[in-house]
Design a protein around this ligand. Structure first.
Ligand SMILES: C[S@@+](CC[C@H](N)C(=O)[O-])C[C@H]1O[C@@H](n2cnc3c(N)ncnc32)[C@H](O)[C@@H]1O
Length: 369
């Protein structure tokens, strides 16, 4: 079908779907009723999604989910953990069971549901659930956030480098919480990157914005002979230096908006970095990398890309709002990354498939003359 016909068809369909009489008919007609039912459920999830997230937050923050790791618990124990009456506890526990976070074991015990169990295997996701309480406040009035009438956001305070003119001067207390959050959520991302791209063909890796060095530790665990360099803001490197003693990882303090990056690496990695920055700062960073990457070197960018098949919701909806609230950056498509790379003297990005693109995509580029 041509684009014009696709659009005409979509317009006709939309007119139909807006019509209550068509909805009534479609929900009863044998060939369309299954689809109607499914779409009604999906639309309800859009309408009520915030309640699901808050149910999850309550179960994580109260430690109910974590307590059930050891096995089923009687309701009375969970109720005292929750510090609430029977009706309130029932409201939460039943909601959790409906969402497959918990499972009721009649008459009065509760266990993990499949989704609750899977979440417990991801400490990074648990940390993000707690962290989302900050974003939730910023999103309470989404139009005020987008119109900029809301004033300072909580996320802009949480990530001071995003809006500061001189990120290098961030004090320790400004970086400690985000460095911890990144460290705890790094494991799955690192595994995806190391599975997707073979680091074995390189000599030395420079991880720019590498936080406390968690990613480089994972690299080291798989490729012990690689030389490793970590570059981040001075306050972050102070945190890292305590954790990386005796690892042989070279620590480089600096601010890529005004300091030169270290030389010597033939693989430079940007893990969850580029999307944090508006185009101007992203270009500044890529130019800084271009100045130090050797002609036969590689730049590896790992972050969730917008419009990635199967992971679309991580792009424009999730990171779109997250980064808007943070005050800088945006999720980019591979084409948009390609445009930045072209402007800074790199080849077009080559994509390396990852097992769960929701975690991260991986693209590599080489310097061109
Ligand atoms: C979103 S975190 C990602 C950390 C790590 N790469 C990871 O994936 O866990 C962004 C990192 O970039 C660092 N960063 C931000 N602006 C920077 C700058 N101007 N110079 C050096 N590092 C910077 C931050 O301190 C932080 O550690």
């Amino acid at each position: 079908m041509t684009l014009e016909w696709r659009e005409r068809w979509a317009d006709w369909r939309n007119r139909k779907l807006q019509d209550p009489k068509f909805q009534y008919w479609a929900s009863r007609f044998p060939l369309t009723r299954a689809r109607s039912r499914r779409e009604a459920r999906e639309i309800f999830d859009l309408v009520a999604g915030f309640i699901y997230s808050q149910t999850l937050l309550a179960l994580v923050r109260s430690q109910v989910l974590q307590t059930l790791r050891a096995g089923p618990s009687p309701q009375s124990e969970l109720q005292s953990l929750l510090g609430m009456g029977a009706d309130a506890a029932n409201t939460l526990l039943r909601a959790g069971a409906t969402l497959d976070l918990l499972a009721h074991r009649p008459p009065d015990r509760w266990a993990l549901g499949a989704k609750g169990a899977a979440l417990l295997g991801n400490p990074g996701v648990l940390a993000m659930i707690e962290h989302h309480a900050v974003l939730y406040q910023d999103l309470a009035d989404p139009l005020a956030l987008l119109r900029g009438t809301r004033g300072d956001t909580q996320l802009a305070h949480y990530w001071p480098y995003a809006t500061h003119q001189t990120p290098g001067q961030s004090p320790l207390e400004g970086v400690a919480s985000y460095t911890e959050l990144m460290a705890v959520s790094q494991g799955l991302v690192a595994a995806e990157i190391l599975d997707a791209y073979d680091f074995g063909g390189h000599r030395c890796v420079l991880d720019v914005g590498g936080g406390d060095g968690s990613f480089l530790r994972s690299v080291q665990a798989r490729h012990a002979s690689l030389a490793l360099q970590l570059f981040d803001l001075p306050a972050v490197i102070d945190v890292a230096s305590e954790r990386l003693q005796d690892t042989g990882i070279a620590l480089c303090r600096g601010d890529f908006t005004c300091d030169e990056l270290p030389t010597g690496a033939d693989l430079i990695t940007l893990v969850r970095i580029l999307h944090d920055h508006d185009d101007e700062r992203a270009l500044q960073l890529l130019r800084a990398i271009r100045r130090v990457v050797p002609e036969n070197g590689t730049l590896l960018i790992a972050e969730p890309l917008a419009e990635t098949p199967g992971a679309e919701r991580m792009g424009h909806p999730y990171f779109g709002f997250y980064l808007f609230a943070m005050g800088s950056g945006r999720p980019r498509t591979i084409k948009e990354i390609g445009e930045l790379l072209e402007k800074t003297g790199f080849s077009q990005p080559r994509k390396y498939p990852t097992h769960i693109p929701l975690q991260t995509s991986v693209v590599a580029a080489r310097p061109v003359r």
